[in-house]
Design a protein around this ligand. Structure first.
Ligand code: GDP
Length: 243
């Protein structure tokens, strides 16, 4: 798939309830990420369409799952951002029920793009996403966003460390540097998306060989890596992260 195919994207619908999801066939790739991670900017940049994903900013749509159609039966799905420490418990519960069920049960879902700020990857709720998705045996690709905010060397180091940490959590996951502002990694990400969208329902083309039994790591990153990025240390199993 080339950029031209992504440019044909159009907003399809937003849903806040599982019963309103479009029919569960075709192929979808979902984008998840903490609020402010750069998820909307990433979708816009990948599609070469300024503003397409900012529809999720429209009042009333921030907690909805937004569907964007690339072609018949092929969608990009923008999941609600997470990470509001102050979100009320009822809202968090609703979010967990909606996103958890969508990630675990949606047949059309071919893969997950996890957008994480390159400076703060693998926050507890990012890990929760991986945990929910692990049972599907489908691929995950992480975009380390805002890579332009790091020096080239720091960005590369972060990519390697995140790949290491992520591999312990989700062995088949891949990682790349990304910046919508500086156009870093656009083509690489489009190729991953295209591959995911072309997969059959059984995930024929790129199934992971080894699957995690659980997402929490039982191995810890090196002390040096942990010092540079406190989020790389494993969270304790059973600790409930804040939305
Ligand atoms: P979302 O909440 O995850 O959808 O995040 P947005 O896409 O709205 O981006 C959040 C903020 O980060 C905005 O102020 C963006 O301008 C900024 N931002 C997004 N992507 C980049 C990037 O690649 N580089 C830089 N420097 N800033 C970015």
């Amino acid at each position: 798939m080339h950029q031209a195919e992504f440019r044909r994207v159009r907003y399809l619908l937003s849903v806040g309830d599982l019963s309103h999801l479009p029919p569960d066939h075709g192929a979808e790739v979902a984008f998840a990420g903490r609020s402010n991670a750069g998820k909307s900017s990433a979708i816009n940049a990948l599609c070469g369409r300024r503003g397409i994903a900012f529809v999720s900013r429209t009042p009333g749509r921030t907690q909805l799952i937004n569907f964007f159609q690339l072609s018949a039966g092929r969608c990009l799905v923008d999941l609600p951002g997470y990470g509001y420490a102050s979100a009320p418990a009822a809202l968090r519960a609703r979010w967990e029920a909606l996103i958890g069920a969508y990630l675990r049960e949606r047949h059309a879902l071919r893969g997950l793009i996890l957008v994480m700020d390159a400076r703060h990857p693998l926050a507890p709720l990012d890990r929760r996403m991986l945990d929910w998705f692990a049972g599907t045996r489908r691929p995950v690709h992480a975009l380390l966003s805002k890579a332009d905010k790091l020096s080239r060397q720091a960005a590369q180091r972060q990519r390697i460390e995140t790949q290491e940490a992520l591999s312990r959590l989700y062995p088949s996951a891949s990682v790349q540097l990304f910046s919508s502002a500086a156009s870093i990694g656009l083509q690489e990400a489009r190729e991953v998306l295209a591959k995911m969208l072309e997969m059959g329902e059984g995930g024929e083309s790129s199934m992971p060989d080894a699957l995690p039994e659980r997402v929490e790591s039982d191995r810890q990153p090196s002390p040096a890596a942990r010092k540079r990025n406190p989020r790389l240390k494993g969270i304790k199993p059973g600790v409930k992260p804040q939305l």
